[in-house]
Design a protein around this ligand. Structure first.
Ligand code: SF4
Length: 65
């Protein structure tokens, strides 16, 4: 699974960085970003929660095919 943040949509609310702190962190611009290329199995549930919790739909999750 891959996770990305659309910085054009992110408002820096911190939901994703607290729900899935292994995957998301704030960049120098104060907006969230994914800090891993590939989401580990144990973090996938948290990433899905973060996707659902993001108020602006900025968290994008892509399942591996
Ligand atoms: S939950 Fe969404 S809006 Fe909030 S910091 Fe994460 S990506 Fe940005």
């Amino acid at each position: 699974m891959k996770a990305k943040v659309d910085k054009n949509k992110c408002i820096g609310c911190g939901a994703c960085t607290s729900i899935a702190s292994n995957v998301f962190d704030f960049g120098d611009d104060g907006l969230a970003e994914a800090k891993v290329e590939e989401v580990k199995a144990e973090d996938q549930e948290a990433v899905k929660d973060a996707e659902e919790s993001c108020p602006t739909g900025a968290v994008q999750v892509e399942e591996n095919k």
